[in-house]
Design a protein around this ligand. Structure first.
Ligand code: CUA
Length: 303
């Protein structure tokens, strides 16, 4: 079809194919019936035929006008059915995204737990959306992909698509769901696969502190360091950041400020500058540069 109907997903072509096929047949039927009607208007005009005639129709003509429209109607059903089946059957290798509609926003959750309020998908990869609602009935509609399905509370419904053009496409809620229904909008962002997976595996901005918190739990730091001020084997994390501590460096006392540099240095080289009053027993815990950053971010939040 023309640019106006340009496809952006495989489903686009399937739906358009059925739609234009049915439109084309409808136009052919409309035009033929109209032409015959107008022709008869003149051919069997009352002035030419004042007396009505009893016409015995030929059998072959009856068969023709029964069989041809039957075949046309069944061919419309055939195209509609085949393409409907296609858009209702997600491929086995489809990646899944869970979608929750709520008054009045969309939220998309990916396999790794990542969440977003716009749907991001890789190019040329089948995507299955599993839909539900947190409150009333909504309906997810992506016009560019020609797909739409209700989001029903307490129930899971689905949609799938395979986007074949990079770009940003509208998502609408197409079920009246309350005063801000018309503002319940979002986007599908179709990205080249490499770009998508980079985004998919990247840490959330602003979630760095949360990542750090997870790390200090996983790496066992909390066995020796409390976060509530309690004295354990090592100093508490509470209020540690930016505090001035007395440390022993080579047996000599000196004062240090617990800033990013000190924290990083201490984690990488424990027991060089030991806080006075604590035993020099901290093990070397392997951390990457990124993990170190996250932990430093997290410690800023423990006040
Ligand atoms: Cu949600 Cu309309």
């Amino acid at each position: 079809m023309t640019a106006m109907f340009a496809g952006s997903a495989i489903s686009t072509g399937k739906v358009d194919e059925s739609f234009f096929y049915i439109v084309a047949i409808s136009v052919v039927l409309l035009v033929s019936v109209t032409i015959v009607m107008v022709f008869f208007l003149f051919r069997y005009n009352r002035k030419k035929h004042p007396e009505p005639e009893a016409v015995r129709e030929p059998l072959w003509l009856e068969i023709v006008w029964t069989v041809i429209p039957t075949i046309l109607a069944l061919s419309m059903f055939y195209f509609g059915w085949v393409n409907f089946e296609f858009i209702r059957t997600p491929p086995k290798n489809a990646m899944t995204v869970n979608v929750i509609g709520r008054e009045w926003s969309w939220s998309f959750t990916y396999d790794n737990g990542k969440q977003s309020d716009v749907l991001r998908v890789p190019l040329n990869k089948p995507v299955k959306l599993i839909l539900t609602s947190a409150d009333v009935i909504h309906s997810l509609y992506i016009p560019a992909f020609r797909i739409k399905e209700d989001c029903v509370p307490g129930m899971k419904t689905y949609l799938w698509f395979n986007a074949d053009e990079v770009g940003t496409y509208d998502i609408f809620c197409t079920e009246y769901c309350g005063v801000s229904h018309s503002h319940m909008l979002s986007k599908v962002i179709v990205m080249p696969a490499a770009e998508y997976y980079k985004w998919y595996s990247a840490e959330e901005v602003g979630g760095l502190a949360a990542e750090g918190k997870k790390l200090v739990q996983e790496k066992g730091c909390l066995g020796c360091h409390s976060t509530d001020g309690e004295r354990k084997v090592g100093p508490t994390f509470k209020g540690l950041r930016d505090s001035i501590e007395t440390v022993l460096t080579d047996g000599k006392e000196r004062k240090v400020k617990v800033d990013d540099e000190y924290i990083k240095h201490y984690i990488e080289h424990p027991n060089v500058d030991v806080v006075k009053g604590y035993p020099p027993i901290m093990p070397v815990i392997p951390v990457t540069e990124g993990e170190l950053k996250a932990i430093v971010e997290y410690l800023k939040t423990v006040k």
